[in-house]
Write a protein of this length. Structure first.
Length: 179
């Protein structure tokens, strides 16, 4: 039996949510993050788990107020599962909101964790190929980078560029949703 890796798990919240939504799972408050972490970390020692998402600012509109309250519930849920979170921000362009600062923060955290020796392996739950330059650098310094994606929409570029990959099936996800 090989020694356990020291693992850091980085979850791209928006990417994660929309992949689950494609599978008809819409409510992250019913998602068992603790069991999810066990599933993707195998028997490795998890050093930290961080969830990245654009922060919703509270304003006077009813819709944004609901979104803000829902996000606060999600952040509370993450804390219950001992998951730290990092908030990017949302920028409105042509009536649509775009998440900003999340990918770069994930990339910075990957590099800092690797260079400071905080881990031997990074598990990335994101299909965002903007992370590829950081992934390549982390691998260059001898760290393992595992991509966790979804079998219904895998990122071929992430599979090709990461050291290891795990593609989650709908059945695996279904077991993590409480009724």
């Amino acid at each position: 039996m090989s020694p356990k890796e020291r693992v850091i798990i980085l979850i791209d919240g928006s990417n994660f949510y929309f992949k689950l939504k494609d599978l008809r799972f819409h409510n992250l408050l019913n998602f068992n993050f603790t069991e999810f972490i066990k599933l993707i970390s195998h028997s490795d020692k998890v050093v930290s788990v961080n969830y990245y998402v654009g922060g919703i600012k509270q304003d006077k509109t009813k819709h944004t107020g609901k979104l803000f309250n829902d996000q606060q519930k999600l952040l509370s849920q993450l804390r219950k599962h001992s998951i730290k979170y990092t908030l990017g921000y949302l920028m409105k362009t042509n009536g649509k909101f775009h998440e900003k600062g999340v990918d770069i923060q994930m990339a910075v955290d990957m590099l800092v964790s690797s260079y400071e020796g905080q881990c031997s392996k990074i598990i990335i739950v994101s299909s965002d190929t903007d992370l590829l330059p950081a992934i390549k650098k982390v691998k260059e310094i001898g760290k393992i980078v595992e991509y966790v994606g979804f079998s219904h929409k895998p990122s071929i570029a992430m599979v090709s560029n990461c050291s290891e990959s795990k593609l989650l099936t709908k059945d695996e996800i279904q077991k993590l949703i409480s009724k």
